[in-house]
Design a protein around this ligand. Structure first.
Ligand SMILES: [Zn+2]
Length: 435
């Protein structure tokens, strides 16, 4: 009896142990073959009847030869659609998401919630971001290292969202001409070179991917652009970031902070308006990336009452947008590298790619606009060999849109039907009521 029972137990245990292992092994590197009517690969090629073969989280090959589809592949038929690479938004504030609780201004909501609550709520913004076809973000400032927590939860598969590259706290100066008690959420005050160096070191020690610095006033309904740091302070931050192999993104609404940030060697310049020709030429020479963030001003105009801005904000923002657009137009014409950043915050997630519409207004073709959110953005991240294109060895980040995004940029902005991130389908709206 005892022997028999042991034998049965052994059989049961063998099944329990072996079956999940076998499943896990076949699930570890599943092969998928994604068929697309057209494919813009961001490498200079527009394919017809493309087949993207995905193994695990990477792209194994791109082909038009159906006989190359492995027998055990799961075939996903998107032949009605055009494929583009998963898009990259290089300026977000993922942990400053709000859940639109009525009655409380959103400006208050993002600081009211404890960090754990805020990170949990932020998953909704993360999903909306994916639904816009954005599979990677560069997140520029967060309180309490919520961005690091969110990045890691997403990487562990505990939260569904875009791949995040994060900056921790943004470094800012205490005294400014317009806001003496300026306390930007997600920022650390640092005055003078030693404090700036300490603030940068602290972010690196916490585990950030890059550094964010505010070199001017201007945020939300405040469209002033007074420089808040000296050249020496900015240079110290840039050099310390680079010493640790980190890139730095510098915020400046106005031309003075922009000029000093560029001269100091910033990797990217956020927002800047009114730059003179010398600064623009310096950006071309150095290869500085410009992230104009025009559309967030539009979002503030549409939502300022809910956010809680003081009356008069619409006029200020309406006057700022043409300056922002004109600077982008001049920079693009001069040959500055431009990357797409939405500055998404509050409830703007899901509207991340509307910036591309402004880029077309600034003189880009739809294809050039798409490059700002694919190849160019990936270069800014230092990930141009694995993100921002549909090619062998790259992460299998793929978006299917309905229509021709090279003829009309609105197709990429508003007609996203299906999204794959690292080989997993994260959005499938092919059968939604909208169709
Ligand atoms: Zn921002």
């Amino acid at each position: 009896m005892r022997l028999a029972r042991t034998a049965i137990a052994m059989v049961v245990w063998t099944l329990v142990l072996i079956l999940p292992c076998a499943q896990a092994q076949s699930a570890a590197n599943p092969i998928k073959a994604v068929r697309l009517g057209k494919l813009w690969d961001a490498k200079g090629k527009l394919w017809t009847n493309a087949i993207v073969i995905v193994e695990g989280e990477r792209i194994r090959s791109v082909t038009t030869d159906a006989s190359a589809i492995p027998a055990d592949a799961e075939v996903i038929d998107l032949s009605k659609y055009t494929g583009i690479p998963g898009l990259i938004d290089v300026h977000t504030h993922m942990t400053m998401y709000t859940d639109e609780t009525p009655g409380t201004p959103m400006l208050k909501q993002i600081t009211n919630n404890p960090p754990a609550v805020e990170v949990f709520l932020a998953r909704k913004g993360a999903l909306r971001t994916l639904e816009a076809g954005v599979t990677t973000v560069r997140d520029l400032s967060a309180d309490q290292y919520m961005d690091i927590a969110m990045r890691d939860l997403i990487n562990q598969g505990e939260m569904i969202g875009p791949r995040m590259f994060v900056s921790g706290y943004g470094v800012y100066a205490t005294q400014t001409p317009t806001k003496k008690d300026m306390a930007i959420p997600g920022s650390v005050a640092a005055d003078g070179v030693p404090q700036v160096l300490k603030a940068v070191r602290e972010q690196v020690a916490a585990g950030v991917d890059l550094i964010k610095m505010y070199a001017s006033t201007g945020t939300d309904d405040d469209v002033t652009g007074f420089e808040t740091y000296t050249y020496e302070e900015i240079k110290a931050a840039v050099d310390m970031a680079h010493k640790f192999g980190k890139k730095i993104a510098i915020h400046s609404y106005g031309p003075d902070g922009a000029r000093d940030a560029v001269r100091a060697g910033t990797d990217s310049l956020e927002h800047a308006t009114g730059m003179d020709d010398a600064t623009i030429q310096e950006m071309v020479k150095r290869g500085t990336y410009y992230v104009p963030t025009i559309d967030h001003n539009r979002y503030y105009i549409d939502n300022g009452d809910k956010i809680g801005y003081a009356p008069g904000y619409k006029e200020k923002l309406r006057a700022f947008i043409p300056r922002n657009l004109e600077t982008a137009r001049r920079a693009f014409k001069a040959g500055v590298k431009i990357a797409m950043g939405s500055d998404a915050i509050y409830t703007m997630f899901g509207q991340n790619t509307r910036e591309l519409g402004w880029f077309v207004k600034a003189g880009m073709t739809p294809e050039q606009a798409l490059h700002t959110a694919t190849g160019t953005a990936a270069e800014l991240l230092g990930k141009e060999k694995e993100l921002g294109a549909v090619a062998p060895g790259y992460f299998a980040d793929l978006v299917a849109v309905e229509g021709d995004p090279l003829a009309d940029i609105n197709v990429a902005i508003y007609n996203v039907k299906w999204v794959m991130k690292a080989g997993s389908v994260v959005v499938d709206n092919r059968k939604s009521a909208k169709n």
